[in-house]
Design a protein around this ligand. Structure first.
Ligand code: ZN
Length: 288
């Protein structure tokens, strides 16, 4: 009996040890660091939240996306100070997801927050669980994008131009592409996922079929050669084209299964498990 008790205790402690070390692994994040693209343009990697970017103009700095926590924003600002003493004047949010915008509130109030008109609207959209958006708190008003545009906007940092483009609905309804012509580099936010199925926020009005059109339009319009995004390594034009073709294939397969009369569950079962979210979105779009 005693032996059994001992064994149970040993098992219990090893379970606690393994689960607590797993927990620390999950809650640990790598520190924020900047990765150089050119003398003026950098990717912001690490920390809590999505990858972003920073552009140093003649007289000021523009940041792309905000991370999520005070610590990550402070690290971001520290890293920027290491490469320039120019002030951060603009922060462009590529869209309204928390991992790109929650950190806005930890930047100085002097920063102008910029986004597409629909991104600002989505800030007030209830969360997926129906709870009110964190941005409905009036104290956070200064950190909601206040400078918005509809189709295209240029921001001049002295003689340097940053282009903000809207190509249509996709991941959400308000995704901005930032284009840096001298670097031939575009920042897409979450308009491309690599190595995992594309996320389409149907609850915010995102749409997979529009996503395909939007990305196609972007490729046609911009002569970009490098595409940086929130959750992947930078990619080239051929990888964007490949992503579009893969999306079309998945949509085609869902469509033919729906035409065969399959239910949502049956259609989902015809795909790998991690495709459930995307397949659900496509299924609902076809049924609409
Ligand atoms: Zn994201």
């Amino acid at each position: 009996m005693r032996q059994k008790c001992k064994l149970v205790l040993i098992l219990l402690f090893s379970f606690l040890f393994v689960s607590s070390s797993l927990f620390t692994q999950q809650s640990q994040t790598t520190p924020v660091k900047l990765k150089k693209i050119s003398d003026r343009l950098y990717e912001i990697l690490g920390g809590r939240g999505a990858n972003g970017g920073v552009y140093i103009g003649d007289d000021c700095v523009l940041v792309i996306d905000a991370k999520m926590t005070k610590e990550s924003v402070e690290q971001t600002i520290e890293e920027i100070k290491k490469i320039t003493d120019k002030p951060i004047k603009y922060l462009v949010n590529t869209h309204s997801d928390g991992d790109h915008i929650s950190g806005n509130k930890f930047f100085p109030k002097t920063v102008t927050f910029v986004a597409h008109e629909n991104c600002r609207k989505e800030c007030f959209h209830p969360q997926r669980n129906g709870k009110p958006s964190e941005w409905s708190n009036p104290e956070l008003a200064p950190f909601i994008p206040s400078l918005t545009y509809r189709d295209k906007m240029n921001i001049y940092l002295g003689s340097k131009k940053v282009e903000l483009w809207y190509f249509g609905v996709g991941h959400t309804t308000g995704d901005t592409v930032l284009y840096f012509p001298e670097e031939k580099t575009a920042f897409l936010g979450d308009q491309i996922f690599i190595g995992r199925p594309q996320l389409i926020h149907s609850f915010k009005g995102g749409n997979s079929f529009e996503h395909v059109k939007t990305l196609t339009k972007m490729l046609k319009t911009l002569d970009a050669e490098k595409f940086c995004s929130g959750h992947a390594e930078p990619i080239d034009r051929s990888t964007v084209k490949h992503h579009i073709e893969e999306m079309k294939k998945i949509q085609g397969k869902v469509k033919s299964l729906v035409e065969e009369g399959m239910s949502m569950e049956e259609v989902k079962n015809a795909f790998p498990e991690n495709h459930a979210g995307l397949v659900t979105a496509i299924f609902n779009e076809i049924k609409k």
